[in-house]
Each structure stands twice: as structure tokens, then as C-alpha cells.
Design a protein around this ligand. Structure first.
Ligand SMILES: Cc1cc2nc3c(=O)[nH]c(=O)nc-3n(C[C@H](O)[C@H](O)[C@H](O)COP(=O)(O)OP(=O)(O)OC[C@H]3O[C@@H](n4cnc5c(N)ncnc54)[C@H](O)[C@@H]3O)c2cc1C
Length: 580
């Protein structure tokens, strides 16, 4: 069915493509933001909107605002200080991003409008890039009312779920936010049928998640039914399970076994710019369904639910390894060995995450459905290699292999604590590293990674991810050839001088150059990517870009939904406020 759809779209491509380009280009006016009283809706208009909602309008504020004014804090500042890095605490606030730099607005002259946690910097609290008003959506009808209101008033719309986004796509200065976080319905159905299916016998074991469900909630529900669902990992399971994660692709430690998030979606529902609520699956609105699986969040409408297939629960073996050394050559040698053996590790069933600096390195891997002896046998060569490096000054802090009765037990042990991991100013870069480089140029891969300074690798590709037809979903086809998704980042303290932030960003740009040189024909994962890619559309969407743009033009002809680096954003200024 999907193949038939794709061939038909390719057949009529010249026609569709020209319609698309015109359509995405010709939106005539700037979006209205709260800074422009001449177009901003009146209080009466907002009151009228509120009458059509199930919850009052919200007026988001930056999370540190409770600490201001410093002489007489308006809220519980201790709560702010204690929870600053807690991903669940942040996700619970419509005004908080997980990385506070995205709450800050940088003016052209380099000055910042911000609200710092560190009150001793001595500045007042400003709204920055935090939306000023919005809808706390609890029901589909709330989203329909919000979308109709925003489009008829030509507002700069932001769709926000948990605020994890590394491109700042879920916030914008002066914008109107549709906040999906409180849409928490989730239902397991052992015998789910797709709407529009002609086959009454076609049933799936599935879990339906409303837009605001987070991974900690989805995993717990699946576990109750002795099932697992392919999902993301973050401290506290705070990433959204039915928002940007899946629309951007959705990688998981279970992906080499069961595919990416997009490969596990059965059905989605969405409110599009016209206010219609559509179902998208392989039978209904199949072009939209294709696009929503990898074409990027915040771009086609507001997704109201995602239904995923589930898989039988399984036992897992977890490993955690960490080492450090004053001799960075020893750390580099170990990294090279990890890179050299990564294809074997992936083929053996290991998946996971690693992180390195010049003098330290750790990785956290998982192997599903395996015996302890098999897991040991496949990992021992790497552990022995590390052991041999102790003569060169490598100190091994941890090399554990632990069996767990279930994926959920592993997840609860490793990732259920929400504290830490968020609340820092950060910009990242990333790249998908194709498997063929590991055969031909593993030393080069290792050198590039090591020279990034602070780098991480996500061994979440290969296996099932590579077996799936790249054209079956809208996702960047580069994922299907990749073995690793690597990221690198730079952080800076609150209140840093503009020059210091620029220097950090320059390092990201240098890193991007080196990973592009390493794998020029690959791409990057839109959900964990850089704002400073030279060709964002090509890098994030690859050969699927034109089709994604055509489908966006069909469902969002006025470009009401735009995000940084997303489909159609190239025709707009950096704030996505005015067409270029
Ligand atoms: C600590 C941490 C851990 C992470 N772990 C993983 C991981 O294991 N695997 C992985 O693949 N990624 C991971 N990510 C990246 C994550 O996938 C992205 O940040 C993703 O954008 C988060 O989506 P969200 O809906 O939770 O966040 P948000 O920031 O709220 O939204 C992200 C984007 O999706 C849009 N969006 C959200 N909800 C909707 C909706 N209902 N309809 C339409 N658009 C919507 C927003 O407009 C925005 O463009 C991680 C990020 C962090 C910070």
C-alpha cells in the first residue's frame, strides 16, 4: 500500500513539486506576536476563546520567575533551586524548556532577554522566548479551538509537550502555545484494529497514548500487560511518548531489535490547520501518516494521539563500563576498539549509549533476550582489551554485566530517577555514521569522535532499523544505513558573555564540519541536532524532503505550523515570524 502511494507520488512529482514550492513560499504576511498590539487579539477575543475551552487559558512564565523580584520572591524559589535539573519538574511547566538557553531570547546586538536561576547575576527576570499565552489542552476540542483561533488571528503558534527539544522548536518569543502535556489518556488494547481497515481479522497488540503521555507512563502501562513498547530513555522517562520524539523518528535502546519509534506506529490522530481532526494510518490519510513518521514535530498540525504496536516483555542483560586515564592515548585506543568492534556488538544484540572526553569514557549497553554466558562471551574481548590498557594508565572504574528479569526492571534501575541531566544551557551537533565506515575507516571514525572533545554515541541503529524499507516512512533514509548516531555538545553558564557563547557555537560548527567530512552522504537526526547545519533540510530529511514539503503544503497550506530547521522553515526568518 505504502509502496503504491510512493510510486504514485513520484509519478506525478513535477506537478506536485511546483505546487508545493509556490504554496510554501507565498504566505503573505508576518505572524502576529504579543509585541505587536496592532494585530494581537483583544482581551475580549481571548475571553471568547476561553469560553470554548475545558480549562482556563495559561500564561506561561520562565521557570526561575518564582525567584523574582529577588528582594521579595513571587513564588517558591527553593523549589526552583532544588529541581532545576529535574526533567519531570520542567516538563510540568508550560514555560520551561529542558535546556534553559531556549527560554532566553538573544537580540541582534547580542544582549539577552532571560530569567536566570542564578539570581546573584543581578538582572531582572524577563519573558525571553517563553510564549505569553496559550491553551492547556485536555481534549481534542481544546486543540481544535486553539488552532482555529490562532490561524484566524495569524498568530505565531508553538506546539509544546515536554520541552525537551534541542532546536528550541517548542518555544518562541511572543507566541501562542498549544500545550499538550496534560493529555494523559493511555489504553492498552490486545486486539486493536486500524480505522478504515478492510480486514476484520487484522488485529494488533497496541497501546494508544494521548499527546501528553511520557515514556515513564507508557513503559509502566505496557509492563502491566507484560508487554514492551519501543521508546526513548531520559532521566525519569520524561521525554514525550506521543509528541516530537516519534514525529522526528524516535530512537530507542530497543530499536536494533524492534525498529525506531516510527516503525512501530500503527495509527495517529491529528488536528490540522483547518481545525479538522483526522485519523492517519495505512488506510486513512496515508500520505499524512507517512509524513508524520519522521517529517518532524510541530510541522503538520497537533498530533492528539499515537497508537504503537507492543511486543512481548523480555529479559535483558545490562552492562555498564567506565574508565579514565591521565593518558588520553589510552582512552583514545579504547574508543578505537569500541568503534572497531561496534558492528560485531550490534550484530550480537548489544545496543546503548556511550560518552567520552579526552580522559574518560563510559558506556551503558543492553542486550535483550540473551543468556548471561552469551552476553559475557560477546563482551569479554572488549573488557580484556580495556584490561590490557591498564598498563598504559587506564583505570577501569566499572565493568559490570547484570541480568534483569524484564526491560522494565532495567529501565527502573537505570533511568527512573528524574534528577540531573537537564537544566543546562547547551547546543549540540550530531550525525548519523553509516555502517560501511566501520568496515573501511574505523580509525577515522574514532579520531573524529575523539577530537570532538565531548562526544556521545548512541548505538541505536543497525539490526531491525536497517532492515526496514527506507521509503516506508518519511524519516531521513540515512537512518537505515547508520550504525551510530553521534552527538557532541557545548555548554555555558548563565549570564555568559555573548562572545563566550559564540565561541561555544563555533566549536559546534567545527564539529559539524568534521562529521560531514567523515560521512558526507549521510544525515543527522532532526530531534537531536544543531541549529547551525548549513543545509538543515537536506541534512535532516535527505531524499524525502520534497515529498514531505508536498504533503505539508496539502495539509498546512498557510504554513501555520513552522519549526526551526523543519519542513518549510527555509522560507521564513530566524524567528519564523516573517516570510523571507
Ligand atoms: C534528556 C533527553 C533525553 C532524550 N532521549 C532521547 C531518546 O532516548 N531517543 C530519542 O529519539 N530522542 C531523545 N531525546 C530527544 C527528543 O526526542 C526530542 O527532544 C524530542 O523533540 C522531544 O519531544 P517532546 O514532544 O517530548 O518535546 P517538545 O520539546 O515539547 O516537542 C518537540 C517538538 O515536537 C513538537 N511537538 C510536540 N508535541 C507535539 C504534538 N502533539 N503534535 C505536533 N507537534 C508536537 C514541538 O512543536 C517541537 O517541535 C532526548 C532529549 C533529551 C533532552
Amino acid at each position: 500500500m505504502m509502496k503504491a502511494f510512493l510510486s504514485s507520488i513520484l509519478l506525478f512529482w513535477p506537478l506536485v513539486a511546483s505546487a508545493t514550492t509556490d504554496s510554501l513560499r507565498t504566505t503573505p504576511t508576518c505572524r502576529c506576536t504579543a509585541e505587536d498590539p496592532s494585530c494581537w487579539p483583544s482581551s475580549a477575543a481571548f475571553a471568547e476563546l476561553e469560553r470554548n475551552l475545558s480549562s482556563p487559558l495559561i500564561y506561561p512564565v520562565p521557570p526561575a520567575s518564582a525567584c523574582y523580584p529577588v528582594s521579595s520572591p513571587s513564588g517558591n524559589c527553593s523549589d526552583v533551586q532544588e529541581n532545576w535539573s529535574d526533567g519531570l519538574w520542567r516538563a510540568d511547566q508550560p514555560g520551561a524548556m529542558q535546556e534553559p538557553n531556549f527560554e532566553t531570547y538573544i537580540w541582534q546586538n547580542g544582549t539577552a532577554s532571560a530569567c536566570y536561576q542564578n539570581v546573584s547575576i543581578g538582572l531582572s527576570c524577563e519573558q525571553g522566548s517563553v510564549p505569553v499565552v496559550g491553551v492547556d489542552a485536555r481534549e481534542v476540542g481544546d486543540i481544535q479551538a486553539a488552532v482555529k483561533f490562532a490561524t484566524s488571528n495569524n498568530l505565531r503558534i508553538v506546539v509544546k509537550n515536554t520541552g525537551h527539544d534541542y532546536l528550541g522548536r517548542s518555544t518562541a518569543r511572543g507566541s501562542f502555545v498549544i500545550w499538550t502535556h496534560q493529555m494523559k489518556n493511555l489504553t492498552y488494547n490486545a486486539s486493536f484494529t486500524l480505522q478504515g481497515s478492510p480486514d476484520a481479522e487484522e488485529h494488533f497488540s497496541a497501546i494508544m497514548l494521548s499527546a501528553g503521555v511520557q515514556w515513564f507512563e507508557a513503559y509502566a502501562e505496557a509492563q502491566k500487560h507484560n508487554r514492551i513498547v519501543v521508546g526513548g530513555i531520559s532521566p525519569g522517562g520524561s521525554v514525550g511518548a506521543a509528541g516530537g520524539w516519534v514525529q522526528g523518528g524516535g530512537h530507542s535502546i530497543l530499536s536494533p531489535l524492534h525498529g525506531l519509534g516510527v516503525d512501530n506506529v500503527l495509527e495517529m490522530t491529528i488536528v490540522i490547520a483547518s481545525g479538522e481532526h483526522l485519523t492517519a494510518n495505512q488506510y486513512l490519510n496515508s500520505d499524512l501518516f507517512w509524513t508524520l513518521r519522521g517529517g518532524g514535530g510541530g510541522t503538520y498540525g497537533v498530533v492528539t494521539s499515537v497508537t504503537y504496536r507492543t511486543h512481548p516483555a523480555l529479559t535483558v542483560i545490562g552492562t555498564f563500563f567506565s574508565a579514565s586515564s591521565n593518558n588520553s592515548n589510552a582512552v583514545h585506543s579504547l574508543l578505537t576498539e569500541i568503534v572497531r568492534t561496534q558492528p560485531e556488538l550490534t550484530d550480537a544484540g548489544w545496543a546503548g549509549y556511550g560518552f567520552g572526553l579526552a580522559n574518560t569514557l563510559w558506556f551503558l549497553y543492553l542486550m535483550p533476550n540473551a543468556t548471561l554466558s552469551y552476553a559475557n562471551a560477546t563482551l569479554q574481548p572488549l573488557f580484556s582489551f580495556a584490561q590490557n590498557l591498564t598498563s598504559q594508565g587506564l583505570e577501569i572504574q566499572m565493568a559490570s554485566i547484570t541480568p534483569y528479569d524484564s526491560f522494565y526492571e532495567w529501565y527502573s534501575d537505570i533511568a527512573s530517577d528524574p534528577s540531573g541531566g537537564n537544566g543546562a544551557n547547551i547546543q549540540i551537533g550530531s550525525h548519523l555514521i553509516p555502517r560501511d565506515l566501520f568496515d573501511n575507516a574505523y580509525q577515522n571514525v574514532s579520531d573524529v569522535l575523539f577530537n570532538l572533545g565531548s562526544y556521545s554515541w548512541n548505538a541505536v541503529a543497525g539490526g531491525k532499523v536497517s532492515e526496514i524499507d527506507p521509503d516506508s516512512v518519511g524519516l531521513n533514509p540515512a537512518w537505515r544505513k547508520a550504525l551510530l548516531h553521534v552527538t557532541f555538545g557545548q555548554t555555558w553558564p548563565e549570564g555568559a558573555a555573548a562572545d563566550d557563547i559564540d565561541s561555544a557555537i563555533d566549536l559546534i560548527k567545527q564539529g559539524l564540519k568534521s562529521v560531514h567530512k567523515l560521512a558526507p552522504d549521510s544525515g543527522a537526526y532532526f530531534n537531536e541536532a544543531s541549529l547551525y547545519e548549513e543545509d538543515p533540510q537536506g541534512t535532516f530529511f535527505g531524499a524525502h524532503y520534497e515529498q514531505l514539503a508536498a504533503i505539508k503544503a496539502k495539509y498546512d497550506p498557510g504554513s501555520s505550523f513552522l519549526v526551526q530547521g523543519g519542513v518549510g522553515s527555509e522560507y521564513w526568518d530566524k524567528d519564523l515570524r516573517c516570510p523571507l
